[in-house]
Design a protein around this ligand. Structure first.
Ligand code: ARG
Length: 244
């Protein structure tokens, strides 16, 4: 709140401050990525959804998260039609050329999801196998780093649930996606007989909230994120979704 008052200046700060705070931020996502963002009986839920609500509130804003899908969410931010995106988006140099990010809020890495009896035991074993990935993700990039770009064995999907469906139907031998997502999937669907390849190690990644370049919100959100780390709110939300 004090940062908002600082930004809006003194004098009428009380009034302009509260007007600003009424503003509802439009936050976009790809709600096909449990446990980060997904729909439960039509309601948008997940770690990211709770996280961004807490951050926005701490920064003095109302916020609404809207599903627009993965590639569209980048367009929404680039064109500034949305104020922010929260979608397990990995901070990387390529994206930083076009967008800005908040402080990192989650550590991640890619992992390989396979049937339990799969011959894939390492990242190298992906060579010559059909791999389903979500288009434009670091999972696609991680797969390409092993099997090469434009490899015909990489099957691209608009969202990660479709990639997993391809694995289930036998059209792919593996899915490469963020560890928490594939681990949850294997754990929550024990009858399907999938597991995560423990020995396949990819680069460490950090998620950030995505903003249009030079958004005024970044500083306020970063401050709020620090507060949530310090006051235990982040840990509480983390525990709700990941149990530890
Ligand atoms: N962390 C990965 C990336 O940034 C995958 C994120 C996919 N998120 C989603 N909601 N589908 O590329």
């Amino acid at each position: 709140i004090s940062s908002l008052l600082l930004v809006t200046g003194c004098g009428n700060s009380e009034k302009s401050g509260s007007e600003e705070k009424e503003k509802t931020l439009r936050v976009v996502t790809d709600a096909e990525y449990p446990p980060f963002e997904f729909r439960d009986k039509g309601k948008l839920v997940g770690f990211d959804v709770d996280f961004i609500a807490a951050v926005a509130k701490e920064a003095g804003y109302k916020s609404e998260v809207e599903h627009v899908a993965w590639e569209p969410l980048f367009e929404e931010i680039k064109s500034k039609r949305a104020d922010a995106a929260v979608s397990a988006v990995t901070i990387n140099d390529e994206r930083k050329q076009t967008y800005d990010f908040s402080f990192p809020y989650f550590i991640s890495t890619n992992k390989i999801l396979v049937p339990k009896d799969s011959a894939i035991k390492s990242a190298e074993d992906l060579k010559g196998k059909k791999v389903a990935v979500q288009t434009g993700t670091t999972g696609q990039a991680a797969t390409e780093s092993i099997v090469g770009k434009n490899n015909e064995n990489i099957k691209q999907f608009e969202n990660n649930n479709l990639a997993i469906l391809e694995l289930k139907s036998g059209g792919a031998d593996a899915v490469v996606a963020d560890n928490a997502v594939v681990e949850e999937y294997a754990k929550n669907n024990p009858d399907e007989g999938f597991t995560v390849v423990e020995d396949a190690v990819f680069e460490k990644e950090y998620y950030g909230v995505l903003f249009p370049k030079d958004s005024k919100l970044i500083e306020e959100f970063n401050k709020a994120i620090n507060t949530l780390y310090e006051n235990g709110t982040y840990a509480k939300i983390y525990k709700e979704w990941f149990g530890t």
